[in-house]
Design a protein around this ligand. Structure first.
Ligand code: GLN
Ligand code: ZN
Length: 755
């Protein structure tokens, strides 16, 4: 059995590409130096794959920023405003990725969007009526040749035409179909060029096929490929899918003249049954995605080989593959010095996944039980000691009524209006205040053991007192403590929960040069001791105004972690929910009257297929949130906050989270969401952010008044809150204070006009 991977991480195991790129942006290294770093990283990747005896090694999986952008550039999908800058090729590319501001002009970046259901973000190609799709770039050819010169005959990997056309944003009257002919010609040329270079295989990635597809989508796909495949010549075509199953187009896909088809057996819930029931053409190679490209747990060899056994009679040749590109996992366990073997032996990052592929290959070829197989079997047979019976019992004991807060919303709203007696359009913030250098220095000094806990706390309390005073001076109605103790809204809670593990260097690319280091859910999760109570109660003691306690919700904590695979996401979310529930109840018992539970990433893991939304996700995600706050008294006000306003389509689900107030990001989406709130009779009080905190601009009083007035066209005035659209931690004090002052002033003027 041969082995294959779809793609490898590219920022470097110590984020070398990130640092080199950032230096290049600052002018500290030359283009050549940056390119050398990149070439070095590509070489290391190739060698490590070769060492592990991978048969189908990809090339062109490298990118200076993003593969979708690379593909757009390869085929000339570049808006004029970027070519007009007359920059070097590389700088024009970076201008599209993150904008350009300098002597040659001022152009914003292309839009960036979440890549399917991952935390990776791609650059959205933009095509206008003047765009002509044609093969103009040479990156894939250069990288193919480069690898060949290093002795590796690779499989070039390129995003396929269907996915490319579906993800492109069309600014004129021409749409995907109108570009189909040009795309066919361009991809045919790509194949011919690879043929002339001697490539044996070409991987065309079509992840868009795992969405719910319309008849028109399928027609577009078939139309394009039936033409392109005529150009095949000597190059074999691997049509690669990932992030789900291809239930809508399995027959169409297998009927086309591909030489190999890559299917995802990890996330594709129906993949196995599709292959078993419908069979798989014996003249094609099935690239079976059985090694999880998204999570960090070891592969269970017996299970993987069992699946191959189940399908081998209905298939021809099977190649063992990853479920998606390894881009979504960290590089290597070698850099983790602190975790210890007792933990790391259960994990496989990208490099260790290569070893797994090698081992499974060996096992499949041997008639006797190999040492690798026995070791893997033993690993899965031993208890990880990750179970906490009391947590299990607590989750098992959850009753239906634990998901319902009483009294119902309308009655609570009355009680809370009387209790807080807030003015119309109450003003508040989302929680964090600027994380200035002194705040970070204090945290880091404490971490390194350079200051005592008492010193660390005294500094933060001082900051909190100042922050509260500042908010009083500005005239905000509901105050916050500022979140000075937090590095990150998920890591902070993870560090304070039993069952979580942290890595040192396990970075995963989120977009461009930005990487994240998700914590790992190792075992059953519970709260060891109160986490935020000391900070919040101290802050409340500094003021007579209501002060919001600040927590991160269970769904966000889970979505930004590597989850367990031995229990369901639902079970894990409920465990975290119970831990956060304990914190909510402690805050309430200690005099905190308003508690915000952030669900910034609630939408993140929404299944790709709409048909799976309820059954696969919302049916536990929303209850998990309800479990967090159902135990509080009627007069305690529960807020929540969500980051990306792309939730127009799940408004009813959000209302059923049953919070009292929700704040969210709306300023960048032209307030479109308001219509949908109105249509759905949204009952939760709302604070659609009135200004964009992602920009250093200070919004004027007029501008904020206009935004609020627009909101009042769609929302009853009793329901409207006034706040920025997200936390202020990345902003400076010099922008924050005037912005908030303008916010308060705008609401004052509006109140007197609308009383
Ligand atoms: N309370 C958090 C903050 O203010 C929320 C951050 C977020 O939504 N991403 O920073
Ligand atoms: Zn936010």
């Amino acid at each position: 059995m041969k082995t294959s991977i779809i793609g490898y991480p590219r920022v470097g195991s110590l984020r070398e590409l990130k640092f080199a790129s950032e230096k290049y942006f600052k002018g500290a290294v030359s283009e050549e130096e940056l390119k050398n770093t990149a070439a070095q990283l590509r070489k290391e990747n190739l060698l490590i794959q070769k060492e592990n005896d991978i048969d189908f090694i990809p090339s062109n999986d490298f990118s200076f920023y993003d593969n979708v952008l690379d593909t757009a550039v390869l085929f000339g999908i570049v808006p004029k405003r970027y070519t007009e800058l007359k920059l070097s090729e590389l700088d024009a590319y970076f201008a599209m990725a993150h904008g350009y501001q300098g002597e040659k002009g001022d152009v914003k970046a292309l839009a960036m969007k979440k890549w399917f259901n991952t935390n990776y973000h791609y650059i959205v190609p933009e095509a206008g009526d003047d765009t002509v799709i044609k093969l103009v770039g040479d990156k894939p050819f250069n990288e193919y040749n480069e690898a060949k010169a290093l002795g590796v005959d690779t499989v070039p990997a390129v995003i396929g035409p269907f996915t490319l056309l579906k993800l492109t944003k069309y600014t004129g009257s021409k749409k995907a179909w109108d570009f189909a002919k040009e795309a066919v010609k361009a991809y045919a040329e790509l194949i011919e060029k690879f043929d002339s270079l001697g490539a044996k295989w070409l991987q065309l990635a079509e992840p868009y096929l795992v969405f719910d597809l319309s008849k028109d989508d399928i027609a577009l796909f078939e139309n394009i490929y039936s033409e392109i495949l005529k150009a095949k010549g000597g190059v074999k075509i691997l049509l690669q899918t990932y992030f789900g199953d291809v239930r809508d187009c399995y027959d169409n896909l297998t009927a086309l003249d591909f030489d190999g088809i890559g299917l995802d057996f990890v996330e594709g819930r129906k993949t196995l049954s599709l292959v078993k029931e419908k069979g798989f053409p014996k003249d094609k190679i099935l690239f079976a995605g059985l090694i999880n490209g998204k999570n960090i747990w070891r592969n269970n060899y017996a299970k993987t080989l069992g699946i191959i056994d189940e399908i081998k009679d209905v298939c021809g040749e099977i190649v063992l593959n990853t479920s998606c590109s390894l881009l979504h996992v960290p590089y290597t366990l070698k850099n983790e010095t602190k975790l210890g073997e007792n933990y790391t032996k259960y994990f496989a990052f990208a490099e260790e996944k290569l070893t797994e592929l090698k081992e499974i290959k060996k096992i499949a070829a041997s008639s006797d039980e190999t040492a690798e197989y026995s070791a893997n079997k033993a690993l899965f047979a031993t208890d990880r000691n990750a179970t906490d019976e009391s947590v299990k019992a607590r989750v098992a004991g959850i009753k239906d009524e634990d998901f319902t807060r009483l009294p119902a919303f309308a009655e609570r709203e009355k009680i809370q209006k009387a209790r807080f007696a807030l003015p119309l359009f109450p003003t508040t913030t989302i929680g964090s205040f600027p994380q200035t250098a002194d705040v970070k220095a204090n945290r880091s000094a404490f971490r390194k053991g350079n200051i005592t806990e008492a010193e660390y706390k005294a500094f933060n309390k001082n900051k909190i007192a100042e922050c509260v005073k500042l908010q009083e001076e500005i005239g905000l109605d509901v105050l916050v403590h500022g979140e000075y103790e937090r590095n990150d809204m998920v890591e902070y809670f993870g560090e304070n929960l039993n069952g979580y593990l942290f890595t040192e260097k396990a970075w995963v690319q989120s977009y461009g040069t930005r990487c994240v280091k998700p914590p790992i859910v190792w075992g059953d999760v519970s709260r060891a001791k109160p986490i935020t109570v000391e900070w919040s109660t101290y802050a409340q003691s500094c003021t007579d105004k209501p002060l919001k306690g600040m927590l991160t919700g269970p769904v966000t904590i889970l979505n930004w972690s590597f989850p367990r695979e031995d229990i369901s996401l639902k079970e894990c979310a409920y465990q975290i929910a119970l831990a956060i529930r304990d914190e909510v109840l402690d805050l309430e018992a200690n005099g905190i009257k308003i508690i915000q539970v952030d669900e910034a990433a609630l939408r993140e893991k929404l299944p790709l297929r709409r048909s799976d939304w309820e059954s696969e996700y919302l049916d536990w995600a929303i209850p998990a949130f309800r479990l967090v706050h159902s135990g509080v008294k009627a007069e305690t006000q529960i807020h929540t906050h969500m980051c990306y306003s792309e939730f127009t389509d799940i408004i009813p689900a959000i209302d059923s989270m049953d919070a009292d107030v929700i704040t969210f990001e709306a300023s960048r989406s032209d307030l479109q969401i308001l219509d949908s709130l109105k249509e759905n009779n949204f009952r939760t009080e709302v604070g659609p952010g009135v200004y964009d905190i992602h920009s250093p601009r200070i919004p004027s009083v007029e501008e904020i008044k206009t935004a609020l007035s627009k909101m009042l066209e769609k929302l009853p005035k009793e329901k409207l809150w006034a706040n920025p659209d997200c936390g202020l931690k990345t902003r400076g004090t010099e922008e924050t204070v005037p912005s908030l002052k303008n916010l308060v002033e705008a609401t004052k003027q509006l109140r007197s006009e609308r009383q």
